[in-house]
Design a protein around this ligand. Structure first.
Ligand code: 26V
Length: 816
């Protein structure tokens, strides 16, 4: 290190104990004999930090020296999960720390449980960002992850009388040992006001933004360690503070109320993560959040990360901004504003630079999830940005007119500004116009993105569009979450697979080895045991040890079709209680759900209620005891995922074809040796192609079939009339059997299925039952099942986020 030697504790048990006690005594002022579990957890975390610090400083210094192209990953969400375990893994200190704690009379497991995970994301999109920064560090790619340090992350879910009740997630309240505030890197962000036109010295007309309130952005740095490679990248999350200097100005100008308003507003900006993950609400505070973190991040990179004399005409050589969905898209007019208004570039030169800096990833196909901001709101909050967007659009539409003369319909369709139902800015269009590349997150999704969501754009600029299939980090989701499987794999093929996941292929021949299969089954059994112990303590659940573990965990959304899974459960149960099926003919199954509903998504909350009601009834009915159980542990999060996924036998990926952009849970299950029952949707398509048709339970309509059925006019009630099993299933649900005779409370879901069923659960129901029967048949023979499961592990190496990062590097970040 240029700045002199850094003292790092020795990576021995003695060194660790010494560092731990020093942290406890001198870092926190607590004696071991007086310490609480939280004190000990904090001291342990701070000890682990010390082993990463030298590498962090060194990586930072090296990056400043090398002046390489850097990825600024802009994401409104990072669903990090707990840090302690991951950082012990990265430093290879797991065993040392465990022994050091044991010697100090402490059970490390209790300390691990003390950590509240930073849940700074809703689901797939936020977890993907966390996997990506992990992989980039492991691959030693210069990357700064930029985002928001929400004071409250995704709400804590509880159930009260089977209904979801949300509690605030105060993840910071017991201390947050993994973050480092950097007040010296604070940034001022402006909002509101108006613009004025002035003439500069050269006689050129220029617009000037006169904002009317400011906030401070305080960066908090988080370590992102690579896997045992000496690299520690930085995640920089912004927290909003009130400014004092600027408020004083307003105050002195006599507008006291305004000064107070901005004061109060300021700290609200990073207060809470919006828990909606599909239907944008167009809330002003959310736009404030977006601009806040984007403005902080660009300023941080341009003014505090690049050398002071850096020639910004060469910015694209040093910076690529990856936009994680449309949430940070306001960065595009912000960079234009910086270049034109602050750095004095002329428009065309600034636009040329900007276009080469941005790339956009789309994560959805649902039209209602595409973000738009009303011109009214955007103009009020960011008047200069609105002007810039208008000008970008004008010049873009001229380009369209030139390419398609006389086609005014097309011009209107492609305009960044929508006129109906309200004049608004289509953020995905803005991102597509400005971005050098646009990608979807799985092959099918990227195809549908080109053909259905942005067809005019892909016709105009076919070369802009590309695919990068999502991936997941094998460090957290295999090595950390599934130590038993990892040991078996490493004993069999060596340890290279952790950073070269394709090497899991070397397991293939072992699928034929009865001894290996037995060992593999034992791993599953141990993971189940560990899970059931946890669920007993965590949720008071008592689950049978032997049954197939069938898991559906993901956000609750109608398109994901938790109701289809529920119909399957009710049909199994109905078979037994009606006497159609002998209980001993049921393959013993335990179905586990995990799902949060957006607080304002009423139908999703009704579905949660119904799942809980069915679970209560089924679990209490002696007629299916030991044959069918349903568990719905509250508050599914990354921490629970790490216990659930390694224990699962069956992975439910049953969205309506054409709706799930990718899915990433599907990948985690396959890598942990669960078999998938799934539709031809998202990354399921690629999973099935890789693991082979024989090792995947495919069912249901394809996307074109869905389109055809919709075109013909889909009438779910007709299916109910015609299919006796479906009818009996729905009748039992509707009868109030699961709700103490109350038919009213089940009506919202049942009526919706019968009369709307927008996601066609009834249409896929027969195929789903048939596929589940194939699952039962395969499960009946343990050797068949474990052979299939082993092949899933062996052939899923493609789904490492390391591979995703290589694809981004090749197709997007170095492609220009
Ligand atoms: C959208 C919105 C809309 C406004 C309110 C707040 C908010 C927050 C998040 C989102 C993102 C929704 C899109 C999303 O999460 N997509 C998921 O992305 C995963 C990673 O690419 C992918 O695996 C899932 O299939 C896709 O649903």
């Amino acid at each position: 290190l240029a700045s002199g030697p850094v003292v790092q504790p020795a990576p021995t048990v003695d060194g660790f104990v010494e560092a731990f006690l020093a942290e406890l005594n001198y870092g926190q002022g607590v004696l071991l004999s007086q310490s609480t579990v939280n004190d000990q957890y904090l001291a342990l975390a701070r000890t682990v930090r010390r082993y990463l610090m030298a590498d962090w400083l060194e990586t930072g210094a090296r990056r400043r020296q090398a002046q390489q192209k850097t990825v600024a990953y802009l994401s409104a969400e990072y669903l990090l999960g707990r840090q302690l375990g991951n950082n012990l893994l990265a430093t290879n200190l797991q065993d040392v720390a465990e022994e050091a704690m044991r010697r100090s009379g402490i059970d490390i497991a209790a300390l691990r449980s003390q950590e509240v995970e930073p849940g700074l994301g809703n689901g797939g999109l936020g977890r993907l960002a966390a996997c990506f920064v992990d992989s980039l560090a492991t691959m030693d790619v210069p990357c700064i992850g930029y985002g928001i340090r929400y004071e409250y992350g995704i709400f804590r879910q509880t159930f009260v009388e089977d209904r979801q009740v949300e509690l605030p997630d105060s993840w910071l309240s017991l201390g947050s040992p993994w973050e480092f505030p950097h007040p010296e890197r604070q940034v001022i962000v402006s909002f509101g006001g108006h613009t004025e036109t002035t003439t500069d010295d050269a006689g050129v007309e220029r617009s000037r933004w006169i904002p009317d309130w400011n906030v401070l952005g305080m960066p908090y740095h988080y370590m992102v360690p690579g896997f045992r490679n000496g690299v520690v990248n930085t995640l920089r999350l912004w927290s909003a503070r009130a400014t004092h200097a600027f408020d004083l100005q307003i105050f002195n100008s006599g507008d006291y109320a305004q000064a107070v308003r901005s004061q109060t507003f300021a700290e609200n900006i990073s207060k809470v993560l919006y828990p909606e993950d599909s239907t944008p609400q167009g809330k002003e505070l959310r736009l404030q959040q977006q601009y806040f973190f984007v403005a902080c991040s660009l300023h941080d990179f341009i003014d505090n990360t690049l050398p002071a004399d850096y020639d910004l005409r060469r910015l694209p050589e040093r910076l690529v901004v990856q936009l994680n969905d449309t949430h940070p898209v306001i960065a595009i007019p912000e960079l234009m504003r910086i270049l034109v208004d602050r750095k004095g570039f002329d428009w065309d030169e600034a636009w040329d630079i900007t276009k080469r800096c941005f790339a956009y990833t789309c994560h959805t196909l649902l039209p209602e999830a595409l973000e738009v901001w009303s011109v009214d709101l955007l103009g009020r909050l960011l008047p200069r940005h609105l002007e810039i967007i208008y000008r970008i659009n004008e010049e873009f539409l001229d380009e369209v007119r030139e390419a398609f003369p006389g086609d005014e319909m097309r011009v209107r369709r492609m305009s960044v500004i929508a006129e109906h139902p309200e004049r608004s800015v289509r953020m995905a269009y803005l991102a597509t116009v400005a971005g050098a590349k646009v990608n979807g997150v799985a092959e099918l999704h990227s195809q549908l993105l080109r053909d259905k969501v942005l067809p005019d754009f892909s016709q105009l600029w076919p070369e802009k569009f590309t695919n990068v299939t999502n991936g997941v980090t094998p460090r957290r989701f295999v090595l950390l979450a599934n130590r038993r499987l990892s040991d078996l794999v490493t004993d069999t093929i060596g340890e290279g697979w952790v950073t070269d996941l394709d090497r899991l292929r070397e397991l293939e021949p072992h699928a034929e080895d009865p001894e290996f299969r037995a060992a593999f089954r034992q791993v599953k059994a141990d993971n189940k045991e560990r899970l059931y112990k946890l669920l007993r303590v965590r949720d008071g659940l008592d689950l049978p040890r032997e049954a197939m573990l069938d898991v559906m965990v993901k956000r609750l959304h109608e398109y994901k079709r938790q109701t289809l899974k529920l119909l399957h459960i009710v049909s199994l149960y109905e078979g037994v209680v009606s006497g159609r099926v002998a209980p001993e003919d049921l393959t013993p199954r335990t179905v586990v759900f995990g799902a949060k509903a957006a607080p304002g998504y009423h139908m999703a909350k009704e579905i949660i209620f119904l799942i809980n009601a069915v679970a209560d009834t089924v679990n209490a009915d002696p007629r299916v005891a030991g044959r069918l159980s349903v568990a719905f542990p509250a508050n599914y999060n990354v921490t629970l995922a790490e216990k659930l996924i390694p224990a699962a036998d069956l992975s439910e990926q049953i969205s309506l074809a054409g709706k799930e952009a990718s899915g990433t849970g599907n990948m985690k299950f396959a890598l942990n040796g669960a078999l998938t029952i799934g539709t031809d949707d998202g990354a399921n398509v690629e999973i099935r192609r890789l693991v082979g048709d024989d090792n995947f339970f495919l069912f249901g309509m394809t996307e074109p079939e869905v389109e055809t059925l919709r075109g013909e006019g889909y009438v779910p009630a007709d299916l109910y009339e015609q299919d006796p099993v479906l009818r009996a299933t729905i009748d039992l649900l509707a009868s109030g059997h699961f709700t103490g005779g109350d038919r009213q409370v089940v009506a919202p879901v049942v009526d919706n299925l019968l009369h709307q069923d927008a996601f066609m659960a009834l249409a896929d129901f027969p195929a789903y039952l048939e596929a589940q029967a194939r699952v039962d048949a395969a499960y009946a023979d343990p050797d068949t099942w474990s052979r299939m499961a082993i092949l899933n592990v062996a052939r899923s190496g493609f789904f490492s986020s390391d591979r995703s990062m290589r694809d981004y590097l090749e197709r997007i970040w170095t492609a220009r």
